[in-house]
Design a protein around this ligand. Structure first.
Ligand SMILES: [Zn+2]
Length: 434
């Protein structure tokens, strides 16, 4: 809980907590073998082609410390400043909403202003007293980079502190070409982003990939369709290549985290269903991203709907992913949507979520068809249940369109700074102290 001690901080220098790879200590990664050798064991030692870190091991941005970003209370204040937008918020309002004393708020905001993260946004009349100075976040004070590594395409975004994309790039990507080629593509696209992407104001990189993977260790598992990535430390490899702290998560988790930042009350529950080159779910329960104990939650695409169905890329038969993608490939989007809706209804039965959000390239190609198909399945579910609900669980397209995952990947870096639930606060500390 909150305390009134604005000096709450961790001892510096802080070690990188689970979830963030600090570039200087990143081990040499080993690339996966070629896709043809599906039975390859653990990755081999790093080959000579794996580039060495720069001699100084310093991030290209200079690694300036951000003491103002330390502490849970600072995160609370930053979160309120972000929510207030350009209109700003007064110190008294910050105190009222955080439970901190006005003196504590003043110390925190003074530090934030000294670091350029907050600025005065004018004065606002108050009842019975002198006008109050309001403060606002300075969005361009820091940046984050979001990467969506899809099976055949890379999207890179540069976002400001408020989470707004200020630049975006997309490029073809062959996720099966092996680590050196994938890292080259990522580095080339980041080099083509505006100069801000290489400034000391960049906090880090959020990288989102198809699952399964281990978010805590930053290691890929047997990615469906590309099992040779199994065991590859992609987070460390990216940190070493890019010279920036990196957070790695599943594409669906990244998108759900980004969408959760837009939730008005911040406590709702929803499932984000991503149907693109694969099918997965990102789960936000009670306002917090739910990853499961081993980042295994949300493997929504591999629930079996048909016991003797077609073979899925995961090795099982009749998974909803295989059924959906098969129908979509045959040009039967309505049937694919009906299948997706059946699985979505299963998810609603299991978790009693408030909303279902849809995204991913396959959905975005026929958005009305997929929203209608899932809505019909949820309406039928509500009718059959007859449990007194007046309406079915609503379904909608997720905000962000084709960029939802990349935007969400940037939030992997940003969200902990604002104390978002489901994000390790230590990640904010590491980003601030690098
Ligand atoms: Zn499967």
């Amino acid at each position: 809980m909150t305390s009134n001690d604005p000096e709450e901080r961790v001892a510096a220098p802080a070690p990188a907590p689970p979830g963030v790879a600090a570039p200087p200590s990143a081990p040499s990664p080993a690339p996966p073998s070629a896709p043809a050798s599906a039975s390859a064991p653990a990755p081999a030692p790093a080959p000579a082609s794996t580039p060495a870190p720069p001699p100084s091991s310093a991030p290209p941005g200079g690694g300036a410390g951000l003491p103002a970003l330390r502490g849970h209370n600072t995160a609370l204040v930053l979160g309120l400043l972000r929510s207030a937008g350009p209109a700003g918020v007064s110190r008294l309002e910050l105190a009222a909403h955080t439970g901190l004393t006005p003196q504590a708020v003043s110390k925190i905001t003074a530090r934030l202003r000294a670091d350029g993260l907050a600025a005065e946004a004018g004065r606002r009349a108050s009842t019975g007293g002198k006008p109050r100075t309001v403060l606002c976040l300075v969005p361009e004070a820091r940046y984050a980079i979001g990467l969506h590594l899809d099976r055949d395409e890379l999207t890179a975004v540069l976002t400001d502190l408020a989470g707004r994309a200020v630049a975006e790039r997309t490029a073809p990507l062959d996720f099966g070409a092996g680590a050196p080629a994938v890292l080259d593509t990522v580095a080339a696209q980041l080099a083509a982003l505006p100069d801000e992407a290489r400034s000391s104001r960049v906090l880090g990189v959020g990288a989102a990939c198809p699952g399964p993977l281990d978010h805590t260790a930053g290691v890929l598992r047997r990615v469906t369709g590309f099992p040779d990535w199994d065991g590859f430390p992609l987070r460390a490899a990216l940190a070493e290549r890019l010279g920036l702290p990196v957070v790695l998560d599943k594409d669906t988790n990244a998108a759900a985290l980004g969408l959760a930042q837009c939730e008005p009350d911040g406590r709702g529950s929803f499932g984000y269903l991503h149907l693109g080159t694969g099918l997965g779910a990102g789960l936000v329960l009670g306002g917090a991203l739910y990853r499961g104990a081993r980042t295994g939650a949300g493997e929504f695409g591999h629930q079996v709907l048909q016991l003797d169905g077609p073979r899925c890329g995961c090795g099982k038969r009749g998974c909803v992913e295989a059924l959906c993608l098969d129908r979509a490939a045959r040009g039967e989007p309505a049937e694919a949507a009906r299948i997706l809706g059946t699985a979505a209804a299963n998810l609603v039965e299991l978790l009693d979520i408030d909303r279902v959000l849809l995204g991913g390239r396959t959905v975005l190609a026929r958005p009305d068809t997929y929203v209608r198909g899932v809505a019909d399945a949820l309406a039928e579910q509500a009718r059959v249940r007859g449990d007194g609900r007046t309406s079915a669980v609503p379904v909608a397209l997720a905000a962000g369109g084709a960029r939802a995952v990349a935007d969400g990947a940037a939030h992997l870096v940003l969200a902990p700074l604002f104390g978002a639930p489901g994000t390790p606060f230590g990640a904010a500390t590491a980003a601030g102290l690098r």
